[in-house]
Design a protein around this ligand. Structure first.
Ligand code: ATP
Length: 268
């Protein structure tokens, strides 16, 4: 509540846009997720971190409605994940395209509009305008006519982000968006996400807890079960708890963030 010069104004509390309750999932005998609870509030920027095979991608697939919970529940904007799928923009983990794959950047972005219009068939001019706007928003409009397979890792991530944005989502979910790009680009992508967070709720999977804690509001640490921490809690002890000895920390030369890198995922 805000009180000033005799006026009383009540700020409405932020609503959860993703609600996960007591979620359980296994592919076979051994559980991958157990008793997972998570609420992501409207407008939040949440980082999802955890060791290899901790269940991060599985949790995303459940939130996207690609898998069904075996225990517990998930609501996305008050609906089932499948019902809400059009309001969720998804940036998958670094797909690769052959260099001569015959599809342009603009065509890739346009696939984000599939099913948008009333008719089956070709894209409308409003779809093309939206695709160009989305490319401009991620500062990649100059790439529109390039073949998708000729892009660098950082350029490809921007284009996939534009493809997610063109569907006008309320929530953006990204799976390791900077896993195969250099540190300067990593900062650029997260600066861009921070700007988009002004109008979108963001859930991002990262292997680099120390880096993302400079950007996100909270980190959700997933290792079969899930524990949330505010970013102030992200220190050496927490990183060690989560990743054990499989972590080396190196300063980011000249990054100005003063953060360290978790190199526990060198397989990526
Ligand atoms: N389709 C599948 N069938 C069987 N087991 C699977 C399948 N997908 C994932 N798993 C297993 O489930 C566990 C969790 O995998 P998941 O990919 O969710 O983890 P992650 O935290 O995203 O890992 P990483 O950081 O390595 O990407 C792993 O042991 C993995 O081998």
């Amino acid at each position: 509540m805000i009180v000033g010069s005799g006026e009383v104004r009540t700020e409405s509390p932020k609503q959860p846009v993703i609600s996960i309750r007591d979620l359980g999932f296994s592919y076979g005998e051994s559980p991958v997720l157990e008793g997972v609870d998570l609420e992501v509030l409207d407008g939040e920027f949440v980082g999802l971190v955890g060791p290899n095979a901790g269940g991060k991608s599985t949790l995303l697939k459940l939130v996207l409605g690609l898998l069904e919970p075996q225990q517990g529940s998930i609501q996305v904007i008050g609906q089932t994940p499948r019902q809400a799928v059009r309001r969720v923009g998804y940036v998958p983990q670094f797909p690769t395209f052959p260099r001569d794959f015959p599809i342009s950047v603009e065509q890739v972005v346009l696939t984000g509009r599939l099913g948008f219009g009333p008719m089956l068939g070709w894209y409308r001019s409003s779809d093309r305008t939206a695709a160009r706007q989305a490319l401009a928003e991620v500062e990649a409009l100059d790439l529109a006519r390039r073949r998708i397979g000729t892009l660098s890792g950082g350029q490809l991530q921007r284009v996939l982000l534009a493809r997610a944005l063109v569907a006008e989502p309320l929530i953006l979910i990204l799976d390791e968006p900077t896993a195969n790009i250099d540190q300067r680009m990593e900062g650029d992508i997260f600066d861009l996400l921070a700007r988009l967070n002004a109008r979108l709720t963001i859930l991002v999977v990262s292997h680099d807890i120390a880096f993302i804690s400079g950007y996100v509001d909270r980190v959700a640490c997933l290792n079969r079960t899930l524990v949330c921490h505010t970013t102030e809690r992200v220190d050496g002890d927490l990183i060690h708890q989560l990743y054990g000895d499989n972590v080396r920390q190196v300063a980011h030369a000249g990054s100005g963030h003063g953060h360290a890198h978790n190199l526990g995922h060198q397989g990526h």
